[in-house]
Design a binder for this molecule. Structure first.
Ligand SMILES: Nc1ncnc2c1ncn2[C@@H]1O[C@H](COP(=O)(O)OP(=O)(O)OP(=O)(O)O)[C@@H](O)[C@H]1O
Ligand SMILES: [Mg+2]
Length: 430
């Protein structure tokens, strides 16, 4: 039997008849499944094929949403009537309807959306789109039967979608919204909810766990306690190291070295630690170094270690050339600042990231890292750009480097099966 929809999802499906219908709130609360179910009903009833599904990028709309139509048991009622053409086409077919998939952040998104007339749109993670794109999508819903369905996590309180939600709550019939909490999803188990609660902090906790629209303000690592997160020495044997580099020409230059343990050998999960730092403060030293001197310094700094990859400031093209001349393998870091901070703080809170005591600059920067109040007033989430070089270097490496995930239960099971097949059953494998 098809798994039932949660009461909150049913409430959304029954009441979302406005021009814009927003499901907003906590992560994993069932927003996407609920809105998608409702959207597919609307597709079925739509008289034409001017239907669009929009995601942060065209890849994420497939991965986060369209794929659910083929894989999620709750949506299996639609599955026999759906087919997907990827590649350049990016088109979902549902019965006789063609649904075009677009990415709001893709290059040319504004141009693409500008020219179309839409009867139906589905927008996933809509708070991540640039405001110009949101306004453009809104202006395309120009038919009398045009409707939009959107799922999102909250952002700052002056966001245009929050303004529309407030208009709807004040009686404007064009906007319907429903707030989802983690507790509204009865299909999550209690351990998973605890993990969600304990792994986020500050605004990420308020927005992603509590589902509140709030300003980015105050300390970013508000949970940071030296007695927990600062270690006198590396907590384990590293399997390998990675490094991150923030290249400042007129101000500090920073490189941090991070030890990584995948958990494969001690079966204790991923662990990383900032093991050492190299900082050149050109104001204090009263001298700037050249790119070539910085590259020499980094080479000397990482030479004793088995550094798998060096992640560098994507804007530092000249520095990259100097490193490559020295045979040092380096790649551009992912510089998605807010997502990177979210990931780094969450890894630290989960106990997967520590700092060693001999990194005083990194520790000081973590303790003084705050959201920029002026940018927050303008509705922008950004950290205060001050005293953040080691932190940027740490974020580049931690956020960009994907540590191989290692499932030790699966590993033990394989060992046990091997043992049983070879020598016959003999209790637990040890
Ligand atoms: N009706 C349902 N029956 C069974 N499982 C469900 C149902 N609704 C949601 N889930 C499960 O709950 C999880 C979260 O659902 P969903 O992706 O819709 O949440 P979300 O609010 O969009 O999350 P995010 O904010 O992370 O995008 C999924 O793993 C999904 O399979
Ligand atoms: Mg979702």
């Amino acid at each position: 039997m098809r798994p039932p929809l949660a009461p909150k999802q049913l409430e959304f499906i029954a009441n979302s008849t406005a021009k814009w219908n927003f499901a907003h709130g906590s992560v994993r609360s069932g927003k996407t499944i609920g809105t998608l179910f409702r959207f597919m009903q609307a597709v079925n009833d739509c008289p034409d094929s001017d239907i669009y599904m929009i995601g942060h990028t065209s890849k994420t709309i497939y991965r986060n949403v369209i794929k659910l139509l083929f894989e999620d048991p709750t949506l299996m009622v639609f599955r026999p009537f759906c087919s997907w053409s990827g590649g350049n086409k990016n088109e979902l077919t549902f019965r006789d309807k063609k649904i075009h998939a677009l990415g709001a952040k893709d290059e040319g998104a504004v141009g693409l959306i500008q020219g179309l007339t839409a009867s139906l749109v589905y927008c996933d993670e809509m708070t991540l789109y640039p405001q110009s794109v949101i306004e453009m999508i809104n202006s395309r819903l120009s038919r009398s039967h045009s409707m939009g369905f959107a799922a999102m996590n909250p952002s700052h309180p002056s966001h245009i979608i929050k303004q529309w939600i407030d208009l709807g709550l004040a009686g404007d019939k064009n906007y319907y919204s429903l707030h989802f909490n983690v507790e509204d999803n009865p299909f999550l188990d209690a351990d998973y909810i605890n993990m969600l609660r304990n792994s986020s902090s500050g605004i990420f906790y308020k927005r992603n766990y509590l589902g509140q629209w709030c300003l980015a303000s105050g300390s970013i690592f508000d949970f940071f306690d030296r007695s927990v997160y600062v270690k006198p020495r590396p907590p384990k044997n590293a399997e390998y190291w990675i490094a991150g580099c923030d290249v400042g020409v007129t101000n500090n230059f920073a490189c941090v070295l991070i030890g990584v343990s995948t958990g494969k050998y001690d079966q204790a999960g991923v662990c990383r630690w900032v093991e050492d730092e190299y900082v050149w403060d050109s104001v204090k030293q009263e001298r700037q170094k050249t790119m070539s001197e910085y590259a020499d310094a980094v080479q000397k700094f990482i030479e004793p270690y088995n550094v798998k990859q060096l992640y560098i400031d994507p804007s530092a093209a000249a520095f990259k050339v100097e490193l490559r001349k020295r045979g040092i393998s380096c790649v551009d870091a992912n510089n998605d600042v807010v997502e990177g901070i979210n990931f780094t703080t969450s890894e630290m809170k989960k106990g997967n990231l520590f700092v060693c005591q001999n990194c005083p600059n990194t520790i000081r920067e973590i303790e003084s890292y705050v959201w920029d109040p002026k940018k927050a007033e303008k509705g922008e989430d950004a950290p205060l750009k001050k005293d953040d070089h080691c932190l940027d270097a740490m974020r580049y490496a931690v956020y960009t480097h994907k540590v191989a995930s290692y499932d030790y239960q699966e590993h033990n099971k394989r060992q046990q099966d091997y043992w049983n097949n070879r020598f016959g059953p003999r209790g637990d494998f040890r």
